[in-house]
Design a binder for this molecule. Structure first.
Ligand code: AQP
Length: 332
């Protein structure tokens, strides 16, 4: 069976983009692959995290994954910092990756903003740690949202260079799995920016924990133009707000944007937004109820994470031993 690795940062509440772009796809893949799903807390601290919040967000992300349908019995669920092999391999990859490769990463440019000198070194080296997350398990496939495509290309470059330098096919060349109608869910306030946990505007995203009224309000206030929805896909061109909402509707209803336009083409947002709000509430409320139920028993969630970390270490350690050997580290 081929192996999947994928992760989510416990940097706050999960949002609809994380769910539609990543977690829902994990649920669909879990029967066909051996899956390792990780709360990537080492990635989270590339920007400041309040310690108490980081701990509780990590638990809550695990609960939300399980509530979304990730089976903790058949998949490995754990947090990255409990498996030291990630950080060890990341250091090795810091010595494999070239500065020029990292200089091209657009996520660093977006997140560091204008004042690069004040960004952490970790934020810059983030893609090397992501490559280590995947390759510490020799994972072959990585389901992610569109925004992670460039980082996965870097992971392939690192694997290729390591294989070349050490003369053997040690690491697989990973394949991204980017699929579904919502591979890039955009901000509800600005259709040109992706929906993100770190956006200062709460109205820009639908959190998986938002209540019915908040979801309805955010969708009602989502920025769009005033035209009715088109009947054909080509009519969505140049209309990022409309196109985003249609994509979200399609993903939540398991159809395509074209089918959504067949149903709603010619109708205004006064009709479409309430229908989208009802659909979102219907789909998310079951996950929310289950997340709350799990969070009421934190020891149970922690036990799942503990077992997951043990299983993850048991896979990663022999791989790291092989890597140390290849590099020439003396192992006594
Ligand atoms: N807007 C999005 N649309 C589709 N997929 C998305 N993902 C994130 N945002 C969208 C996917 O969710 C998975 C986990 O992402 P992450 O938490 O590791 O980091 P991120 O991509 O940086 O997400 P955020 O919300 O933007 O976090 P912050 O603001 O903390 O940096 C990934 O598979 C990602 O592709």
């Amino acid at each position: 069976m081929q192996r999947i690795f994928s992760g989510v940062q416990p940097t706050g509440n999960l949002h609809l983009g994380n769910y539609l772009g990543a977690i829902r796809n994990w649920v669909r893949l879990q029967n066909d692959y051996e899956c390792i799903f990780c709360m990537v807390d080492l990635h989270a601290i590339t920007v400041w995290q309040d310690p108490a919040e980081l701990r509780s967000n990590t638990r809550e992300v695990a609960a939300a994954m399980i509530a979304s349908g990730v089976d903790p019995e058949t998949n490995i669920i754990f947090n990255q910092s409990q498996v030291p092999q990630h950080a060890e391999l990341a250091w090795i990859f810091n010595c494999v990756a070239r500065l020029g490769w990292l200089d091209r990463m657009t996520q660093f440019k977006d997140k560091a903003g204008k004042d690069k000198a004040r960004a952490s070194v970790g934020l810059y080296a983030y893609p090397n740690l992501m490559a280590a997350d995947i390759l510490a398990y020799k994972a072959t496939h990585v389901p992610v949202g569109e925004d992670q495509k460039q980082h996965l290309e870097l992971c392939r470059d690192i694997a290729q260079k390591f294989n070349h330098d050490y003369g053997e096919e040690v690491f697989p060349i990973v394949e991204p799995l980017i699929f579904g109608e919502a591979t890039r869910v955009m901000s509800l306030r600005d259709g040109s920016k992706k929906m993100s946990k770190s956006d200062v505007s709460h109205a820009s995203r639908i959190n998986m924990t938002d209540d019915v009224d908040t979801i309805a309000k955010k969708i009602r206030k989502a920025r769009t133009d005033a035209e009715p929805l088109p009947t054909e896909m080509v009519g969505l061109k140049g209309r990022p707000g409309a196109s985003n909402l249609v994509g979200i509707y399609a993903a939540l209803s398991d159809t395509t944007s074209a089918q959504v336009l067949t149903e709603f083409g010619g109708k205004g947002f006064g009709d479409f937004k309430p229908a989208l709000a009802d659909l979102a509430v219907d789909k998310l409320s079951q996950i929310q109820d289950e997340t709350r139920r799990l969070m009421a028993a934190p020891d149970h969630v922690d036990a799942i994470i503990k077992t997951g970390a043990q299983k993850a270490r048991a896979i990663a350690e022999p791989i790291l031993r092989e890597i140390r050997e290849k590099i020439g580290f003396l192992q006594t």
